[in-house]
Design a protein around this ligand. Sequence first.
Ligand SMILES: NC(=O)c1ccc[n+]([C@@H]2O[C@H](COP(=O)([O-])OP(=O)(O)OC[C@H]3O[C@@H](n4cnc5c(N)ncnc54)[C@H](OP(=O)(O)O)[C@@H]3O)[C@@H](O)[C@H]2O)c1
Length: 320
Amino acid sequence: MKAIRVREFGPPENMRIEELPTPHPGPGQVVVRVKAAGVNPVDTYIRSGVYTKKPNLPWTPGSDAAGVVESVGEGVTGVSVGARVYTSGSITGTYAEQALCEDYQLHPLLEKLSFEQGAAINVPYATAYRALFQRAEATSGEWILVHGATGGVGVAAIQLAHAAGMKVIGTGGTERGRSLVKDLGADHVLNHNEPDYLDQVQALTGDHGVDVILEMLANVNLDRDLKALAMNGRVSIIGSRGRIEIAPRDIMSRDATVVGMQLINATKQEMATIHAALQAGLGNGTLNPIVGKQMPLADAPLAHHEVMKPGAYGKIVLNP
Ligand SMILES: NC(=O)c1ccc[n+]([C@@H]2O[C@H](COP(=O)([O-])OP(=O)(O)OC[C@H]3O[C@@H](n4cnc5c(N)ncnc54)[C@H](OP(=O)(O)O)[C@@H]3O)[C@@H](O)[C@H]2O)c1
């Protein structure tokens, strides 16, 4: 089978297509024929060698994919050959024609969803769900600001918050991205490239401020986020690419809370809870993954350049 391999940490061009033996499932394992693989920013951090947890090399990137079950190992009962599935992790990596997975890393993919949409579920939707409900404990009727709403996690967050009856403000850097966010159900949309755009939050929320902020770029926004919070507000930090100075008094004066989250810290039980909730939302149509770009597997280096550029529009996926 063909798979992307990284033999040395470094730039996107260090990812090359190689011919590898097809994987065979051991006990409790499943092989998936990958139809689409999701590209996440974390794949680029790992590939470049800056991520805290480094895989052994050579390594095939990717945790997210959708496809069809090719073979199952001993003791696997929940899934059978030919089933449509999406993955939440993989043993051998998903930027490949086939991926070996633990059986608990597979979830049924509804017929109405394309494989590309299936590849856009795991990291984006599970992260948004965990940040919103498990970490920030957002509830219906609250004001939510999704700071960076046009990308994979942001789109998921807008849909989850809207479906839960929250009042939603989303931000985007391009006209095209902002109109997507509005179409997905945001009550208001702001341009995070405009100066002082967060000044509008007080007026939009009737001088209340936002109860919860889901933050995709904390090193740029955290200081201003704190000033936009309502009393007892929470900031859930999802993404950060550097350092920032804040005024702790902004937290004190609002009895506010800043929480961090990393999806890999979720327990197996928490992940099961998350995917059960996602299955319900995907089933009733309130969650509907948006795929902005599809590329052939060989274009993985290009996809890694693209995912780090401004102008996000949902997910980028690779087709093996
Ligand atoms: N903690 C975790 O477990 C976890 C899990 C998943 C992702 N993440 C992180 O969360 C971030 C988003 O992930 P993603 O998959 O959604 O990435 P993505 O699809 O590449 O989207 C990036 C988002 O960041 C937005 N952005 C750019 N400049 C911004 C600014 N000044 N203020 C606010 N937002 C800004 C982009 O908006 P425009 O392009 O419209 O400007 C876009 O909406 C990444 O840093 C990623 O590493 C963390």
